[in-house]
Ligand binder design. Structure first.
Ligand code: SF4
Length: 1006
């Protein structure tokens, strides 16, 4: 199916001829279930599920007759979507019955040009044997660092990519299995979409998650939506934004492209991709200079009054402590002056003290005048001023963002600017406030919680490194508070074999090399360098979704074995069929495992607002397809069987681990393990407070303790009526982590005495009569019975070691008064590229850096990592800025949506969208084919000329921005060139997230 000139206009959507907002599914009125009144569902059985596309977590009502799904619609009893579904959600009805589904395991032999069907036994045996062979051959028992030799128990030749659409239980088991095999190369899509969110929000506030929740959007008075087209990509968020608008809320949209979200905005600003910090810092500076900030909130709830070390400095684009040879900072000078006795930070009396964090902040931000913000970002000065005034004067205000902010070499610092803004305005911990990270996939929150990321273990516990050979050494870095949770994880994994004497099995886990990066980018790079031998991919399609695809393709070609578990044939599994590839030259063995869709299996998933919901099933997978949970279980058992006779120490982990899940209701059994239990009574834990550090309790992921509270699966709860707060909390509908808390940091919604700042919209309060914190929400306080007169009653951001939000991300370890060994209680994380967010140009930029010409780009970015495969383009050869993103009609790599005929009909092919001025300059009309090329690759696509793309004035010259969706590849019902052939894989130095939102390209008519 190809684009005609007419269909291009249709594909463009939005403006004029496009869809009205309500047609996308966010009409604010509840929708009644249509099917219930219709005869087609008569005598049909019914089950509910949760959508598998974006992270709104919309409820679905499904009808089954004769084993077949005959109807799917929005669940009218669901609190988030109230019966509505967007175009993608509705399209899910096509997936179970699709004739494109793969129904039997497939095998592609080395050098072959075809697949052959094999049995499950053969498939699992092949994969298990290769895992054993790889593990045995490439085992690293110890590793030298200088003169010292450390035990590491690791293999670097085996890697796993999990999926953000898989259920929590599947992610947890993959996380557990891969670590038992001894690999640290465990990653998934979150690395590519929101890893910068977790690092940034974690460093600012102590937790890396969206602070509020979807329904809370209705409580905001102003929205700053930046780097997100939520109307198309998180459609149900608009339902709640529109409800707020009906009450008078103001919507501000800042984005390089005028989208359907912009059509709902009161103020729209077109921004040059990659310049968000310059814009936001100008907003922040305006707020500071005009005293629009909330001084009382800032003093009570942030580290504004703490004293940084005297060595802290910032000059010409560099903070103190920079080491140019290593592209790194020594962060010691960013810390606090400490009281010599208590080791707690010294504190100023007032914000006017020139030594305090607030004074340093003012000084740092004063360079960001409206003029500087405008020259860099392309947004007119008057618009920046209008946005600053509007956002500051209408509180509470909330921030919504997505990949437009995260996918940059300054991704972490982009979100840090949001953090500083919201701290200054006192918009955190309150209904209608917060920083709302709109996750792109249905369970990217849960898959991250379960640690399908190399640097963490479940619950964001740091993955042990080679230089932390003992639990005590690990605790020196992470603190006693988190060591307790790690012990509970080990008890869940190793049961009675985990004892205090053997440090609960700490030594059995693989230790990463502290100097190495094990991100998804390094999986492909090490494969390209010939040291990665095997990759297992579950529910992800990196041959479309990863940047710089030519490198990904060459890397896959060097593996010994690739295993892909998915519903449809993917470009990753069929990488050897990429146009222009000779299959005979590709020696990689490939095993394809047919997987069940989310409608064909049970399990829980966690939406962007941390709401854990249960998916039921009423249909069977087609053919021989199996759920990923069953596949992982089969595979682990087979590998364990292969090691049954081994007496080698490295293989004893298979005997020590708890892995005997029942075949019936396996998902619930796994969720119980994730929740944890009292090991003396066998009772499931009711919450985090019950976790003990002495080995008497277990919990596979401590932040989920309570999801099975009282022995009931609380993710199944469905009370959509009870909400005494009127704020949309619905605390008996499903369950949110942590402890069913809806608004994180809600202690900050009260004053110092524990009295709500907004009585009409109160979340929690100190109940002096009862002697405890009470409220509509779970109080976010360390101890429910310790009030404002106790130190613990004054820790509004208790998950940060300081107990307050961090305007300056200082390295800090809170001393543990109870530790005889002098161990810290907790430690705050640091953004490695600066304690304040500084603007740097993208790695490929059309202009110099006017703030500090000699430090144009992020000084901590090391790129290229492989010179021959990661070339950088210059503006003289590549004059246009390319920004990429997704569409309302297609999702991520398009594996699902490009197999749905009616979505293909709506948007049949990829295209490049260019501004009218550029079209006229190059004599291009809509529908013309153009060649688009970067330093890394090229493709040919049709053009869409629109007014939605604008031409910007940047640093005194004209800059053209062009845009492309990235959802296509060469498999599925709709095929087209992948945009990621030309994008860049330079990454943020904190999390390595790639800069897919801004790179340089050239373009010409063919
Ligand atoms: S894609 Fe998102 S907004 Fe659309 S139905 Fe699914 S969860 Fe809801």
């Amino acid at each position: 199916m190809k684009l005609s000139r007419r269909s291009l206009l249709k594909a463009g959507g939005g403006l004029g001829a496009g869809l009205a907002l309500a047609e996308l599914g966010f009409n604010t009125k509840p929708i009644h279930a249509a099917a219930l009144k219709e005869s087609r569902t008569k005598n049909a059985s019914e089950f509910t599920s949760i959508c598998t596309f974006c992270s709104c977590g919309c409820g679905m009502l499904c009808h089954v007759k004769d084993g077949k799904l005959i109807n799917l619609e929005g669940n009218p009893d669901h609190i988030i979507n109230e019966g509505a579904l967007c175009s993608k959600g509705s399209a899910m009805a096509a997936i179970p019955n699709s004739d494109q589904r793969i129904k039997t395991p497939l095998y592609r032999a080395p050098g072959s040009d075809k697949w052959q069907e094999i049995s499950w036994d053969e498939a699992i045996s092949k994969v298990a044997a290769k895992i054993k062979e790889t593990r045995d051959k490439h085992w690293i028992a110890t590793e030298k660092d200088g003169e010292q030799e450390f035990p590491v128990n690791r293999t670097d030749a085996l890697s796993f990519l999990g999926g953000a659409q898989n259920n929590n239980e599947e992610c947890y088991l993959m996380s557990k299995m891969s670590r038992l095999f001894g690999t640290v190369f465990v990653e998934h899509q979150a690395r590519l979409c929101h890893s910068s969110t977790v690092a940034s929000l974690g460093a600012s506030f102590g937790r890396g998650a969206m602070t509020n929740h979807w329904l809370d959007l209705k409580n905001a008075k102003v929205f700053l939506i930046e780097g997100s087209n939520c109307a198309e990509n998180h459609t149900m968020s608009m339902r709640w934004i529109m409800k707020a608008k009906e009450k008078g809320a103001i919507v501000i949209h800042v984005d390089p492209r005028f989208t359907r979200t912009s059509t709902a905005a009161d103020i729209y600003a077109c921004i040059r991709p990659g310049t968000d910090i310059a814009f936001l810092n100008a907003v922040i500076n305006y707020i500071i200079e005009n005293n629009l900030y909330d001084a009382d909130y800032v003093k009570l709830n942030t580290n504004a009054l703490l004293l940084p070390t005297e060595g802290f400095a910032f000059n010409e684009g560099l903070f103190s402590g920079y080491n140019a040879a290593e592209f790194k900072y020594d962060t010691a000078s960013w810390g606090y002056q400490l009281d010599p006795e208590t080791k707690k930070p010294l504190k100023a009396e007032s914000l006017d003290d020139p030594r305090c964090v607030f004074a340093k902040l003012k000084d740092f931000f004063k360079r960001y005048t409206l003029k500087v913000g405008s020259e860099i970002s392309g947004i007119p000065e008057a618009t920046i001023q209008l946005i600053a005034e509007t956002f500051a004067k209408n509180r509470p205000g909330t921030v919504l963002y997505a990949l437009g902010m995260t996918q940059h070499t300054v991704g972490v610092q982009n979100i840090r600017s949001f953090g500083v803004l919201q701290m200054l305005l006192g918009n955190l911990g309150k209904p209608g406030g917060g920083i709302n990270a709109l996750r792109g996939e249905p369970n990217v929150q849960g898959s991250s919680d379960m640690a399908l990321l190399f640097n963490t273990l479940p619950g964001y516990l740091s993955c042990p490194s080679h230089n932390q050979p003992t639990l005590a050494e690990w605790t020196k870095g992470a603190g006693t508070f988190r060591a307790k949770f790690l012990i509970n994880l080990f008890k869940a994994w190793f049961g009675e074999n985990a004892t205090a004497e053997n440090e609960y099995g700490y030594g059995w886990l693989p230790k990463k090399n502290a100097k190495k990066n094990y991100s998804i980018f390094r999986i492909f790079e090490t494969a390209y360098e010939d040291s990665m031998k095997m990759l297992y991919v579950m529910g992800q399609n990196p041959m479309v979704s990863s940047p710089n695809l030519n490198l990904v393709h060459d890397a896959l070609s060097k593996l010994d074995m690739l295993v892909v578990a998915d519903l449809f044939m993917t470009e990753t599994a069929a990488f050897w069929e990429k146009p222009g590839t000779d299959p005979k030259a590709v020696k990689t063995e490939v095993v394809f495992l047919p997987a069940a869709s989310f409608l064909e299996k049970e399990g829980s998933l966690t939406n962007s607002g941390r709401l854990v919901q249960w998916r039921y099933t009423g249909i069977k997978p087609p053919g021989q397809a199996k759920s990923d949970l069953e596949i992982i279980d089969l595979l682990f058992r087979k590998v364990r069987e292969l090691y049954a006779a081994s007496t080698e120490e490295k293989d004893q982990i298979f005997k020590r681990v708890n892995w005997n899940y029942p075949q019936e209701n396996m998902a619930e059994a796994v969720l119980k393990e994730i929740n944890g239990s009292n090991l003396k009574t066998g009772e499931p834990l009711k919450g985090i407070a019950e976790l003990q550090a002495d080995g008497s309790t277990s919990s596979g992921c401590w932040i989920y303790a309570g999801v099975f509270g009282g022995g009931k699966n609380l993710s199944k709860r469905k009370d959509n009526k009870t909400d005494p707060s009127g704020l949309g909390l619905y605390r008996d509908f499903a369950w949110s982590w942590p402890g069913n808390m809806k608004v994180l940091y809600n202690r900050a919604s009260c004053d110092a005495q524990g009295k709500p700042l907004d009585e009409a919209n109160k979340l929690i309060w100190w109940d002096a009569d009862q002697g405890k914190w009470a409220g509509h929400d779970t109080p976010d306080v360390p101890k429910a019975d310790e009030g404002p007169d106790k130190p613990s009653g004054q820790r509004p951001f208790r998950m940060a070691a300081e107990g307050v939000a961090r305007l300056l991300t200082a390295p800090y370890k809170d001393p543990d008064a109870a530790s005889a060994e002098g161990l810290p209680r907790d430690s705050s994380s640091v953004a490695t590229d600066g304690p304040f967010p500084e603007f740097y140009e993208p790695m490929e930029s059309p202009t110099g850096n006017i703030l500090h010409p000699n430090v144009a780009v992020n000084p901590c970015v090391k790129y290229p990592r492989i010179k021959t495969k990661q070339p950088l383009g210059a503006v003289k050869d590549y004059p246009y800025v390319l920004c990429t993103s997704s569409l309302a009609e297609h999702w991520c790599a398009g594996t699902f949506t490009r197999n749905v005929p009616w979505l293909n009909e709506m948007v049949p092919e990829t295209f490049v969208e260019i501004p009218e001025r550029l079209a006229s300059k190059l004599s291009i009309a809509s529908g013309d084919k153009v060649r688009v090329w970067s330093a890394r690759g090229e493709l040919t696509v049709p053009t869409l000329v629109t007014k939605r793309m604008q031409t910007l004035q940047v640093n005194g010259r004209e800059v053209f921005i062009i845009w492309m969706p990235y959802n296509w590849g060469y498999k599925g019902l709709s095929t087209a060139a992948s945009t990621n052939l030309i994008t860049i894989d330079a990454g943020d130095p904190n999390t390595w997230i790639q800069e897919t939102k801004a790179c340089l390209v050239n373009l010409a008519k063919v």
